[in-house]
Design a protein around this ligand. Structure first.
Ligand SMILES: O=c1ccn([C@H]2C[C@H](O)[C@@H](CO)O2)c(=O)[nH]1
Ligand SMILES: [Zn+2]
Length: 154
């Protein structure tokens, strides 16, 4: 698949340089590949995600829906939970891909989980090879995090 950057081109180019063009391409291709495992009989909207761990491993995830719609797990959270289940808690970047017009953007719930693990770069793509990269700070500014919980004050 021919990859073409869209949206915040200048700043995204800098992020791609930091991550490495090959690493970004591998993450997108892995997300496209695992998207085929999507269990989405209700929305019929297939999503794939791949997260690169600091251990150098790539962990995959797809969206998994449920007859009780609210129990649906998005591809991004599936990928992160897969990584954590394998003992990986530190990450370099996450990619998400779906059949969207522009790059597919993570939902609010996934943004919060991405923030929990402080994943620094988020690669958003689609099946046409259009993609962009944003930082965690750009994706979810003013995030609520563990440091905000003061258990002593209870
Ligand atoms: O970034 C996204 C957006 C949506 N979905 C899933 C949830 C649901 O199964 C379907 C439609 O929202 O797509 C993801 O996995 N990731
Ligand atoms: Zn989500």
């Amino acid at each position: 698949m021919q990859l073409v950057q869209s949206e915040n081109y200048q700043v995204a180019t800098e992020y791609v340089k930091r991550l490495g063009v090959e690493a970004v391409g591998n993450l997108i291709n892995t997300a496209v590949d695992v998207r085929r495992q999507s269990y989405s009989p209700y929305s019929k909207f297939q999503v794939g995600a791949a997260v690169l761990g600091s251990d150098g491993m790539t962990y995959k995830g797809c969206n998994i829906e449920n007859a009780s719609y609210g129990l649906t797990n998005c591809a991004e959270r599936s990928a992160i939970f897969n990584a954590v289940s394998h003992g990986c808690r530190e990450f370099v970047a996450i990619a998400v891909v779906a059949d969207t017009d522009g790059p597919c953007s993570p939902c609010g719930a996934c943004r919060q989980v991405i923030a929990e693990f402080k994943i620094p770069y988020i690669v958003m793509g689609n099946l046409n090879g259009e993609y962009t990269v944003v930082t965690l700070q750009e994706l979810l500014p003013y995030s609520f995090e563990s440091a905000d919980i003061k258990t002593e004050s209870v």
